[in-house]
Design a binder for this molecule. Structure first.
Ligand code: ATP
Length: 682
C-alpha cells in the first residue's frame, strides 16, 4: 500500500524538467522600459550584420533617431559614469520583456501546455479509481479505468513533446537575440570602454550571462504556468472531494511561500557573485591562452595556473556555499515540511476520517497521490521563480552593457562640448591637419596628462614624422586622428573643420593604418587584405600585396593567397604580418596614411623594400597625407617635416636638415647617438 504513496522525491516529471533545464543551461553555456532587440528578432530571415553594417549602426547611434536602430535603452539606469543600482523588479520586468519578440512561440507553448494538463492531471485519479475498483473486486471497472489511463497518458506524452519543443524553440531564439544585441552593443562602445575591461570578461557576459538570463527565462514561463495550473487543478480536486483533508494538504502553502521568498532573495545575490567570479576566471584563462607563447617562454605556466585556480576557487567556494544553503532548504522544505509533516498529517487525519466513516480509502489514496504532485508543483513554482531571480542576476550584468551609452561623438570623453557630428561633408580633397592647443589624457587615467597643449600643422599631401622617446605620446596622436578618443581640450582640425564634425565612419574610411604589431583576423591572407576594403576584388588584393612587397613571400606558401594566417596571424612572421597590414591599408586608397612603427618588424632589407613601396605609393598619389611614427631615424629623414615630442609637448619641429642645424638639439643628439641610423633611438 505504501508504495502508492509517493514521497516528494523528484518525480519522473521533475527529473525530466531538470534534464530539460540542464540542456537549456548547457546550450546557453556553449555558446528593456524595456530592451527591444537591436536587430529585428526575426533573425531567421536576417543575416547577421557584416562588419560594415555593424559600423553603420554604430554610426547611426549618433543620430537623433537612435532608437530606430532598435536598442531601446533604459536611460533611467545609470551608465558607467553614473551608476544606479537596477532594482530587482525593474530587472525582472526588463528580463520578461526580452521574451516579447518570441511571445508567439511562448503562446503556442502555453496553449499546448494548457491542453495537455487535464490529461496529465487525470492520471493519479485513474490510478486511485483502478485500485479502488480492484479493492472492491470490480475487475471490469478496473480494466476500463486502465484503458482510460493508457489513452490519456499517451495523449499527455504526445502533447508533452510539443510543449518541450515550443518552449525550447523560444528559448534558443531569445538566447540568440540577446547575444546578438549584446555583441552589437559592445561593438558600438567607445575605445575607452575596452581600456577598462578585459576581453575575457566581455566574452563571459556574452556566453555565460546571456545564456543564463535568457535560458532561465523560458524555464520560468513554462513551469510557472504549468505549476499554477496544476496546483489550481489539484487543489480544486482535493477541496471538492474532501474539503477537510484538502485544507490540511494546502495549509503548508503560505509557510513554504515565505521561506521561498527569503531563499530566492539570497539565491539572487549569490548568483551575481558566482557570475562575477566566473567572468574573472574566464578573463584569466582567455588572456593566458591568447598569450600562450609568452607564458611558455617565461615558464609561467605555474603562475598562470595559480592565478586561474585562485579565481575558480572563489567560484567553487560560492557554489559550495550555495550547495549548503540549498541542502538546508531542501531538507527543511522538501523533505521535512512537505514529505514528513504534510504526508504524516494527511495519513493521520485521513485514517481518523476513515475510522469515522467519513472517507473511503480510495479517496485517501487519491489524496496521497495528488499531494505528492501538489508539493512537486510547489517546488517547481519556486524553481521557476528562483530561475527568474537568477536570470535577473545574470541579466543585470548584460543590461549594464546594453544600457551603457558611449559618450556621444561630438562630445569630449571627459567634458561635454558642442555637438558637431555629421555637420561637415567629407570630400576627396587632400587632407591637411591642424592641432590647436591639444591636451589629452586617457579616460581610464584622467589624472595623467599625455598631451600638454600640442600645436602643429600638417600640410595636405605631405609626409610628417613624429619622433621622440618611448611613451612621449606619439601613438596617442595617431589614436586621436582616428578619433578613438576625443581631445580633453583644444581642437583637431581637418581641412579647416573640427574632426568631431565628420561622420565617424566616413572619417575612418579615409584612413589607412599600419601599426607596430598589426592584428590579422583568423582567415586567409587574401581575406585579411580585403578586410581593408570588403568590396575589393581578389585582383585588387593581389595588386595591393605587390605594392606592399608581400607578393613574393605569399607566393612561396603552398596555398598562396589562400594560406590560413591562424588566430591573430600567429602562423606568419612579424614582418609578413606587417606587409599584409600595409597591403590592407593600401587597398583602401586612403587620404591619410598612419604608419605607427609600420616597418619595425622588418629586417633592414625588407624595410628598404617596404619603405620603397610606401615611397612609390606616396610619390604616385600626391593626395595622401602620411604620418610616420618611427624609432629608426632613417625611416623619417625624408619626411617633409619632423616633430620631436617629449613629455607631451613638441620641443623641435622642421625638416631633417633644419633639425640637424640646432646645436645641442634633441633630434641632432638622437642622430648622433644612433651612429648613422644603426641603433634605435629611445
Ligand atoms: N589606452 C591607454 N590608457 C591609458 N594610458 C595609456 C593608454 N595608451 C597609452 N597610454 C599611456 O600614454 C602614454 C603615451 O603612450 P603612447 O603609446 O602614445 O606613447 P609612444 O610615444 O607612442 O610610445 P612608443 O614609442 O613606446 O610606442 C604612455 O604613458 C602610456 O602609458
Amino acid at each position: 500500500m505504501l508504495s502508492f504513496f509517493p514521497a516528494v522525491e523528484p518525480s519522473d516529471d521533475t527529473i525530466e524538467r531538470e534534464r530539460i533545464r540542464g540542456e537549456d543551461q548547457e546550450s546557453s553555456n556553449q555558446s528593456n522600459d524595456l530592451v527591444e532587440p537591436l536587430l529585428p528578432r526575426d533573425h531567421e530571415d536576417q543575416n547577421i550584420p557584416d562588419r560594415n553594417s555593424v559600423l553603420s549602426l554604430v554610426e547611426e547611434e549618433n543620430s537623433d533617431d537612435e532608437l530606430e536602430v532598435g536598442l531601446l535603452r533604459d536611460d533611467t539606469v545609470g551608465s558607467e559614469n553614473n551608476p544606479e543600482p537596477t532594482s530587482r523588479i525593474r530587472g525582472t520586468q526588463r528580463l520578461l520583456a526580452l521574451a516579447k519578440p518570441e511571445v508567439i512561440y511562448l503562446y503556442i507553448g502555453c496553449i499546448t501546455l494548457l491542453i495537455r494538463l487535464p490529461f496529465s492531471l487525470s492520471i493519479p485519479h485513474f490510478v486511485s479509481t483502478t485500485l479502488g475498483a480492484l479493492s472492491h473486486a470490480e475487475y471490469d471497472r478496473a480494466r476500463r479505468e486502465i484503458i482510460w489511463l493508457f489513452i490519456l497518458g499517451t495523449i499527455d506524452a504526445l502533447l508533452d513533446f510539443w510543449c518541450i519543443f515550443w518552449f525550447q524553440y523560444a528559448n534558443h531564439r531569445i538566447v540568440r537575440g540577446v547575444r546578438i544585441d549584446t555583441f552589437l552593443s559592445m561593438l558600438r562602445q567607445d575605445i575607452g570602454f575596452f581600456d577598462s575591461r578585459t576581453s575575457g570578461d566581455l566574452s563571459s557576459r556574452l556566453n555565460s550571462d546571456c545564456g543564463e538570463m535568457a535560458g532561465d527565462l523560458t524555464w520560468f514561463f513554462r513551469f510557472s504556468i504549468e505549476s499554477v495550473v496544476r496546483i489550481t487543478g489539484i487543489t480544486t480536486y482535493m477541496l471538492l472531494r474532501s474539503p477537510k483533508l484538502g485544507g490540511v494538504a494546502v495549509s503548508i502553502v503560505p509557510l513554504v511561500a515565505i521561506i521561498n521568498k527569503y531563499y530566492g532573495n539570497w539565491l539572487n545575490e549569490n548568483a551575481k557573485l558566482v557570475q562575477d567570479a566566473l567572468a574573472d576566471a574566464n578573463s584569466v584563462a582567455q588572456e593566458s591562452l591568447a598569450c600562450i607563447r609568452t607564458v611558455v617562454a617565461f615558464a609561467s605556466e605555474e603562475f598562470e595556473h595559480n592565478k586561474y585556480k585562485e579565481r575558480i576557487d572563489e567560484q567553487y567556494r560560492l557554489n559550495i556555499r550555495q550547495t549548503y544553503i540549498s541542502g538546508v532548504y531542501f531538507m527543511l522544505v522538501s523533505t521535512f515540511l512537505i514529505n514528513t509533516i504534510v504526508q504524516g498529517t494527511l495519513l493521520l487525519v485521513g485514517s481518523y476520517m476513515i475510522q469515522q466513516g467519513k472517507l473511503t480509502s480510495e479517496i485517501l489514496l487519491a489524496f496521497m497521490l495528488y499531494q505528492g504532485g501538489l508539493q512537486n508543483e510547489m517546488m517547481n513554482l519556486f524553481n521557476s521563480y528562483s530561475s527568474l531571480i537568477k536570470s535577473s542576476g545574470a541579466g543585470d550584468k548584460v543590461f549594464e552593457i546594453l544600457d551603457r551609452k558611449p559618450p556621444p561623438p561630438g562630445t569630449g570623453s571627459h567634458q561635454v562640448q558642442t555637438r558637431l557630428e555629421n555637420t561637415t561633408t567629407i570630400s576627396d580633397a587632400p587632407i591637411s591637419i591642424l592641432f590647436e592647443k591639444v591636451k589629452f589624457s586617457y579616460p581610464s587615467r584622467p589624472e595623467q596628462p599625455i598631451l600638454k597643449g600640442i600645436d602643429l600643422r600638417i600640410d595636405a599631401g605631405s609626409t610628417f614624422a613624429l619622433v621622440g622617446p618611448s611613451g612621449c605620446g606619439k601613438s596617442t596622436i595617431v589614436n586621436l586622428l582616428q578619433r578613438f578618443y576625443d581631445v580633453s581640450s583644444g581642437r583637431i582640425m581637418i581641412n579647416g573643420a573640427d574632426i568631431k564634425s565628420f561622420d565617424l565612419k566616413q572619417h575612418r574610411q579615409r584612413i589607412g593604418i599600419v601599426t607596430q604589431d598589426p592584428i590579422l583576423f583568423t582567415g586567409t591572407i587574401v581575406s585579411n587584405i580585403m578586410y581593408g576594403m570588403p568590396n575589393a576584388t581578389k585582383e585588387e588584393a593581389i595588386e595591393a600585396a605587390k605594392s606592399a612587397n608581400a607578393h613574393g613571400f605569399i607566393c612561396t606558401f603552398p596555398n598562396g593567397y589562400e594560406t590560413e594566417v591562424g588566430e591573430r596571424g600567429i602562423a606568419l612572421s612579424g614582418g609578413q604580418k606587417q606587409r599584409i597590414a600595409i597591403a590592407r591599408s593600401i587597398i583602401r586608397h586612403p587620404s591619410l596614411l598612419l604608419l605607427d612603427e609600420a616597418t619595425s618588424a622588418l629586417d633592414a632589407d625588407s624595410e628598404t623594400l617596404v619603405q620603397g613601396s610606401i615611397d612609390n605609393l606616396l610619390k604616385h598619389s600626391k593626395s595622401i597625407t602620411t604620418i610616420i611614427v618611427a624609432h629608426r631615424l632613417r625611416t623619417v629623414r625624408n619626411a617633409d617635416c619632423i616633430a620631436v615630442i617629449k613629455e607631451g609637448g613638441i620641443i623641435e619641429i622642421g625638416s631633417h636638415e633644419k633639425l640637424m642645424t640646432i646645436e645641442n638639439g634633441y633630434y641632432k643628439g638622437m642622430i648622433d647617438k644612433s651612429m648613422g641610423d644603426k641603433i634605435m633611438v629611445d
